[in-house]
Design a protein around this ligand. Structure first.
Ligand SMILES: Cc1cc2nc3c(=O)[nH]c(=O)nc-3n(C[C@H](O)[C@H](O)[C@H](O)COP(=O)(O)O)c2cc1C
Length: 445
């Protein structure tokens, strides 16, 4: 194993514009802020992350309240589970953009339910207004409930979703490239607002989309937003190896993280890419406090606040399987799941290793991925260092168990230790998210 790498980690913060961060009971924590419909909640979060020199804030998103568990939204909304409420992430990030100067701003947007033109436009707008800090978490979506909100009786099958996603990406890239970088002149004397010779139609005709172009927004500061992807099926991995700048993934062990890291870097090379241009950030739920005992006590509080039904309800929609119909004390059987392969692989590994019955699995899932990051700052820092050195990741997607307290603890206790060990930046070197991630700005193609 090569542990000689001296580059530093990348840190993203996973959140939702809704009730859950890393833990399904988190919104009930005594130090959680339940003001999650206010602008101040998100600007404060952004400012805290910038103070901690994070690369970016990542907002997950879905387009329906899940109803996979018992064919009802009851468990999600009653228990404040992962899908209970979501503000539109692009609007939330616009507010955060105005309150911060360096923080990357990542929005989840589905390629299955929108058209490329308005999405290319919205992301170019965010990139301009934030001076080069926009990122797109590209998802293909996986819930029947989402299809039902967009006039469809059946969602597209996985292959069709990825086929549509490929073409969606091709079209958005053509649109961002439809203006030369120097097309906007703003020459008040001539006058020449923008040079028509440097702006062109794209005339895209494909299976899924027909788009004339050009975009009505000039080329974004980053050329195009940073692309994030989390698909873990074979098709999803291939898509990520071709397109993603960052991969977000959850694992239940260091070993599976290492295997995934190695595989994805190799896949990137097969696509003719520099493996370092693909950053892999596993999600972790750090529970950190001044002492180990205090962190364990925090973990106990969170366990007590997490209802197994909330976790099972979320796992049901992630796997697209109604788990309320299975015997609750028996283990999850091996199966082909129509939903998210990454989440299935994570819980299947857990079931194999720990033999958890379904209710216990739901409780575990509700608390959040990977329990190795609970302890005092030294322990959490050391575990992060070990993962990074063992080439299991290029950094982490931090999913604190409650907001903003969990993040305040992380920024106050862990970030300075990472900085002392030269594992994390003390100051931002550049201004754009690509700068923070060490990624080149794509040329126009
Ligand atoms: C860690 C992780 C986070 C994800 N976050 C979202 C999300 O916020 N919204 C969404 O619609 N899909 C999300 N997904 C789903 C995927 O991005 C992808 O659309 C889905 O996994 C289907 O692809 P697959 O079959 O290749 O796994 C997530 C998946 C993983 C593994």
């Amino acid at each position: 194993m090569n542990t000689s790498r001296n580059d530093s980690m990348h840190l993203a913060a996973f959140a939702l514009a809704g009730p859950v961060s890393g833990c399904h009971g988190g919104w009930r924590h005594p130090a959680a802020d339940t003001n999650l419909l206010s602008a101040g909640y998100y600007t404060r979060l952004g400012q805290l992350l910038e103070q901690g020199r994070f690369d970016m804030l990542f907002l997950a998103d879905i387009l329906a309240i899940p109803r996979r568990y018992g064919n009802s939204i009851d468990s999600q909304v009653r228990l404040g589970a992962l899908g209970a409420l979501r503000l539109d992430p692009m609007i939330v990030l616009s507010i955060v953009a105005a309150a911060t100067r360096h923080l990357g701003l990542a929005s989840t947007i589905s390629t299955s339910y929108f058209d490329p033109y308005p999405i290319a436009r919205a992301l170019a707008s965010l990139d301009h207004l934030s001076a080069g800090r926009a990122a797109w978490n590209i998802v293909t979506s996986f819930q029947q409930a989402e299809a039902a909100n967009f006039g469809l009786t059946e969602q597209l099958d996985r292959n069709e979703r990825y086929e549509r996603a490929e073409e969606f990406l091709e079209v958005t890239c053509k649109l961002w490239d439809s203006w030369d970088d120097d097309a906007l002149k703003l020459d008040t004397q001539t006058p020449l607002f923008a040079d028509p010779a440097k702006i062109r139609s794209i005339n895209h005709q494909g299976k899924w989309f027909s788009v004339q172009g050009p975009l009505n927004v000039s080329r974004p500061p980053q050329g195009r937003p940073v692309f994030i992807q989390a698909g873990a099926s074979g098709r999803g991995r291939d898509f990520a190896a071709r397109w993603a700048d960052v991969i977000f993934v959850t694992h239940s062990s260091l070993e599976s993280a290492q295997a995934f890291y190695k595989e994805m870097k190799e896949r990137a090379v097969q696509h003719g890419r520099d493996p370092d241009s693909l950053k892999i950030l596993p999600g972790i739920v750090p529970i950190v406090a001044e002492t180990e005992a205090m962190a364990l006590a925090q973990e106990d509080i969170l366990k007590g606040l997490t209802d197994p039904e909330a976790g099972l309800s979320t796992l049901s929609y992630h796997l697209d399987i109604d788990l309320s119909a299975f015997p609750q004390d028996e283990v999850l059987p091996d199966m082909d799941v129509p939903g998210v392969q990454g989440h299935y692989q994570e819980v299947a590994e857990l079931t194999r290793k720990r033999g958890l019955g379904l209710r216990a699995l739901g409780h575990h899932y509700g608390i959040g991925p990977l329990r190795d990051f609970v302890g005092d700052a030294d322990k959490v820092t050391e575990t992060m260092r070990t993962w990074h050195a063992a080439r299991a990741c290029d950094g982490f997607m931090i999913q604190v168990p409650y907001l903003p307290g969990g993040l305040e603890n992380f920024v106050r206790l862990v970030v300075p230790r990472l900085q002392d060990q030269n594992l994390f930046r003390r100051e931002y070197d550049g201004t754009t998210l690509r700068d923070h991630l060490g990624l080149a700005r794509p040329e126009r193609s």
